[in-house]
Structure formats: structure tokens, C-alpha cells
Design a protein. Structure first.
Length: 152
């Protein structure tokens, strides 16, 4: 029996959060344009970008190691600016986890917005890593995308 957990981070941004929701919700293939050192590509494997049930494949670098992961788009909620993905294959990530779901939620905060990243996971063992490196990856990626859009 494994251990279930949730880790999340809320990153305040100076740019409207709609950019993040649209980017990850319907245009994830453009993420590599903004953070090429972290995300090297995103292709549709089955279905269509922006459609629940579709399978997308990411090429990325995590902890200095290039990897590939596939995920199913579980939900895209335009009204609440939320997108949710379930990993189904992940060369490095799923080595330590039985399952993992990642969600992005844009939170309006008046003068600025925040991007909330949440990772729900199940570990194979009671002892083992928590996905802090993935949370750090999302923070760095969020700041990179924000910096790109602010400089436009």
C-alpha cells in the first residue's frame, strides 16, 4: 500500500493569468517557446490540444536530466481557469510514483493574479521522495513564462 499526498504552490504573477490558462489549456505546444531550457517540446499523441481525453507528450529537463512524459488531459475549465492532467507515462517521474495528477489554476487577486500548481500523487512506498523537484520546476517555468510576457 502506498502513500497519497498533495503538494501545491501558489505563484503570484505580474501578468494576467489568462495567459497561463490559455497556454496550458489549449496551446501547450507553445510552452517550449517561452522556457526552452526547461520544456523542449509538446506534441499531441492522441486527440486534439485543448480537449479532455487527449494525450500529449512532453519533452523536458528535470534535475538536469532530459525526459519524456505522456499525460491525459483530464479537464479544462474555461470559467474557473483550470486545467488538469494525469501522467500515464513518465520516464523519471513515475519511477517513484504509482500515480500523479497535475493541475494548474489561475486565481485572480485584484491587482495581480496567481498561478496555483497542485500535484496529487501516490507513492509506491511509505518512504521515498516527495515531488518537491516538480514543484520547483513549475515555479521556475512560471517565472520564465511571466518574464517572457512582461518583456513583450
Amino acid at each position: 500500500m502506498g502513500v497519497f499526498g498533495t503538494m501545491g504552490i501558489e505563484v503570484d504573477i505580474k501578468h494576467p493569468g489568462d495567459v497561463f490558462h490559455k497556454l496550458f489549456g489549449s496551446n501547450p505546444h507553445k510552452v517550449s517557446d517561452f522556457v526552452p531550457d526547461h520544456v523542449h517540446g509538446c506534441d499531441i499523441h492522441e486527440g486534439e490540444f485543448g480537449k479532455p481525453g487527449s494525450i500529449i507528450q512532453w519533452e523536458y529537463t528535470l534535475n538536469g536530466k532530459k525526459s519524456i512524459a505522456r499525460e491525459v488531459v483530464e479537464a479544462i475549465d474555461e470559467e474557473n481557469k483550470m486545467a488538469k492532467f494525469r501522467l500515464i507515462e513518465g520516464s523519471e517521474i513515475l519511477k517513484d510514483y504509482k500515480s500523479m495528477t497535475i493541475s494548474l489554476h489561475v486565481i485572480p487577486k485584484g491587482e495581480y493574479d496567481a498561478v496555483m500548481w497542485k500535484v496529487d500523487f501516490e507513492r509506491f512506498e511509505d518512504h521515498g521522495p516527495y515531488p518537491t523537484d516538480i514543484i520547483d520546476f513549475f515555479i521556475t517555468m512560471t517565472r520564465g513564462i511571466e518574464a517572457h510576457h512582461i518583456s513583450e
